[in-house]
Design a protein around this ligand. Structure first.
Ligand SMILES: Cc1cc2nc3c(=O)[nH]c(=O)nc-3n(C[C@H](O)[C@H](O)[C@H](O)COP(=O)(O)O)c2cc1C
Length: 251
């Protein structure tokens, strides 16, 4: 198939190191304007993005991303936020009563925000920029919201660091597409399926290295015991839920 250019999508990589040059004037705005043509719930565009380019402001955000060097190293740090504040303000100004302080509305805004962020990601990469997503955003959403002066009903969901690549990134590999595709109905995985679908991932050099370095028996244990352990998941769930309540999305 020659359209769309499949190889562009297959060969893209997360870029975590950037050259120290700024982005050309107007480029971000152009990319964001195009990204905003992503689909959104009722075309409400339930998102905002906060762009941080000032070195002092990037430095202030870095600890909330646990010091990941991309934050200070990128030309721009983009914090994508679920935003029902602006739409609610519009309602209030127009004699309509907003009713978006609930989980359904948060989910709608979340879906819009991620579609917008992913569209921006693809556009930025096709313009020759390197991008890294930072999931640490929801770990410290309250702190990030304070630093960025976010009002209620605005929740930071994902941060994208953006700049000209200083390297080509690493090929992280993917599961075979059959692992993630079901036709007609969900077909649950047998032990043999799991063995087959994860064998390539488990036999990669970097996977074997992770297992050895962390003193684990399997790659899965690196995920459950080291990278995404229960203690962290529960701690950050509680923190995020507390922030969602204080933001007014959940009572
Ligand atoms: C929601 C989300 C959160 C992520 N968080 C981080 C992060 O905090 N730090 C990081 O270096 N990469 C992060 N990544 C990038 C992934 O590690 C990366 O996409 C994955 O390993 C596949 O690599 P590739 O994008 O180069 O194909 C995140 C990606 C997503 C989609």
């Amino acid at each position: 198939m020659d359209f769309p250019d499949i190889s562009f999508f297959i060969n893209r990589r997360t870029i975590r190191r950037y050259r120290p040059e700024p982005l050309p004037e107007g480029l971000l705005e152009q990319l964001l304007e195009a990204a905003a043509h992503a689909p959104s719930t009722g075309n409400m565009q339930l998102y905002s993005v906060v762009v941080t380019t000032d070195p002092t402001e990037k430095k202030a955000l870095a600890p909330y991303h646990f010091g990941q060097p991309q934050v200070e190293g990128a030309a721009a740090v983009l914090t994508f936020c679920a935003d029902f504040h602006r739409f609610s303000r519009w309602c209030q100004e127009r004699g309509a009563t907003p009713c978006y302080d609930n989980l359904q509305s948060f989910m709608a805004a979340t879906l819009d925000t991620i579609a917008f962020a992913q569209q921006f990601n693809t556009l930025a990469e096709s313009a020759g920029l390197g991008v890294c997503w930072l999931g640490t955003t929801t770990y410290n959403a309250g702190e990030i919201a304070s630093a960025l002066r976010l009002p209620g009903l605005v929740v930071p969901l994902i941060t994208l660091t953006v700049g000209y690549p200083a390297d080509n990134g690493e090929d992280a590999g993917r599961l075979p597409v059959e692992a993630v595709t079901h036709y007609g109905r969900y077909r649950d995985y047998t032990t043999a399926d799991i063995d087959r679908l994860y064998s390539e991932k488990e036999s990669r050099d970097d996977s074997r290295r992770f297992v050895a370095e962390n003193g684990k028996e399997t790659l899965a244990q690196v995920f459950t015991d080291v990278r995404y352990p229960r203690g962290n998941n529960e701690l950050f769930s509680e923190k995020f839920l507390g922030f969602l309540k204080s933001s007014g999305f959940i009572r």
